[in-house]
Design a protein around this ligand. Structure first.
Ligand code: SAM
Length: 240
């Protein structure tokens, strides 16, 4: 695995791109259409969270974007107190507006890098992180963020991820990259394919499903579960 991140986008560059891209993340029916099976992964993560924590009152959505995952969660467990984190203030503003209209619970927004989140241990029943952890870089980053999320959860609380994933075997990585490119081309032609693959190459450093499940197990999660995987996108999680 390449561990030289010097050519990768800075948080500032990532934030600036998402600041300009709020609309694309504001469609609850399609989710983020550029990722394969976005509506299915949104549905499965929130359904699993509902089954794991039917009496949940406290939700944290990391890299919440315009709030799609939280909105889907509120359809299943209503009136949650929602804590929304994102690097991008315009994303958070859209998320606050949409989420406030759907819950009688509190809505707190925290603008900033997920690595620096400071919240009380044991506060949350459910933590969601969709299409955002792939911005983490080296092992220390991943270990610290997964460790933080474990601490933020109540005992029995659950953590659900939907994200692009890498593959440990290089030949399979090539296969799934090709399928991702085909998906993008079908969705928006060669132009969309190039645009998305260019920013993925510059901004993203996804890790494999195996790596992330191992991190959860090592970090103390009692159960880990894969909900769905198609091509380079997976939905999975753990219960504390
Ligand atoms: C691809 S969007 C996904 C948004 C939302 N979770 C969804 O599925 O619709 C990724 C989001 O993560 C945010 N983000 C990227 N890096 C982040 C970081 N280090 N800390 C917090 N948020 C981050 C971006 O600003 C963006 O809104």
């Amino acid at each position: 695995m390449n561990t030289d991140y010097s050519n990768k986008a800075t948080n500032e560059e990532i934030r600036a791109r998402f600041d300009r891209d709020v609309e694309r993340f504001s469609n609850l029916d399609t989710g983020q259409a550029t990722t394969i099976d976005a509506p299915i992964t949104m549905d499965l993560c929130t359904e699993a969270a509902k089954y794991a924590n039917p009496d949940a009152t406290q939700l944290l959505d990391i890299g919440c974007g315009a709030g799609n995952y939280t909105l889907k969660m509120l359809e299943k467990v209503p009136n949650l107190n929602c804590t929304l984190n994102d690097l991008s203030q315009p994303m958070l503003e859209r998320a606050r507006e949409r989420v406030s209209a759907q819950t009688s619970g509190s809505v707190e927004t925290i603008q900033g890098d997920m690595r620096g989140l400071e919240l009380p241990d044991g506060q949350f029943d459910i933590v969601l992180a969709a299409a955002t952890l792939h911005h983490l870089r080296d092992d220390a980053d991943w270990e610290a963020v997964f460790g933080k999320i474990y601490k933020l959860l109540k005992p029995g609380g659950s953590f659900w991820i939907s994200d692009i994933v890498q593959h440990d075997a290089p030949l399979l990585e090539a296969l799934f990259q090709q399928r991702f490119a085909d998906h993008l081309e079908k969705l928006g032609g060669a132009e969309l394919r190039k645009k998305v693959l260019d920013y993925v190459a510059h901004e993203d450093t996804p890790r494999s499903l195996n790596f992330q499940l191992d991190l959860m197990k090592k970090g103390g999660f009692r159960y880990t579960e894969v909900l769905h995987k198609n091509g380079n996108v997976a939905a999975f999680g753990g219960i504390k």
